[in-house]
Design a protein around this ligand. Sequence first.
Ligand SMILES: Nc1nc2c(c(=O)[nH]1)N[C@H]1C(S)=C(S)[C@@H](COP(=O)(O)O)O[C@H]1N2
Ligand SMILES: [Mo]
Length: 172
Amino acid sequence: MRRHLLAALAAGLAAIAVEGAAAKSLEVVGPDGQGATMTAADLAGLPRQQVKLDKRGKAATYEGPSLGAIAARIGAASGKAIHGAELATVIRVTGADGYQVVLGLAETDPATRREHVILADRADGAPLAGDGPFRLVVGGDLRPARSARNVARIEILRLSTRNTDAPALRHR
Ligand SMILES: Nc1nc2c(c(=O)[nH]1)N[C@H]1C(S)=C(S)[C@@H](COP(=O)(O)O)O[C@H]1N2
Ligand SMILES: [Mo]
């Protein structure tokens, strides 16, 4: 009897663990519109950074994979390839509640900006609770408005246009 109870408990815990792992995923859309699901395992191999977020005087240290590395993983340009038309490529980060934040791709590139931009999965050493599993944290921001909580989707959008009406403004 006791053994059955333990077996049932173990099965229950395993189910919860699987559910937890599945919930730790997000939708990604690459620059050509190709969609996919990125799991915690996909993110585990990416370079991680720590970034301080100031929440009205209360600072917390967030940690997680670089947003630029995530963007590169789903097909965006990175490093020196971020030039020309790619300077008009943006990343839209959307929370589970529909909250949207847009960053220029170049802003997320560690070779371009000193301050890091991360998709945090930990704060002050612990997994994110209600704000998780993922939270956007933009290093250098003076207030947390761009720090989208409960990130559910990351999209790469190319905004560059070749404006034939204004050839003088055409990028090189
Ligand atoms: N998903 C989501 N993220 C969000 C918001 C929101 O409404 N939805 N509000 C933003 C704003 S305006 C602020 S000031 C901070 C507040 O974060 P805090 O509750 O951790 O202090 O979250 C930001 N992230
Ligand atoms: Mo805010």
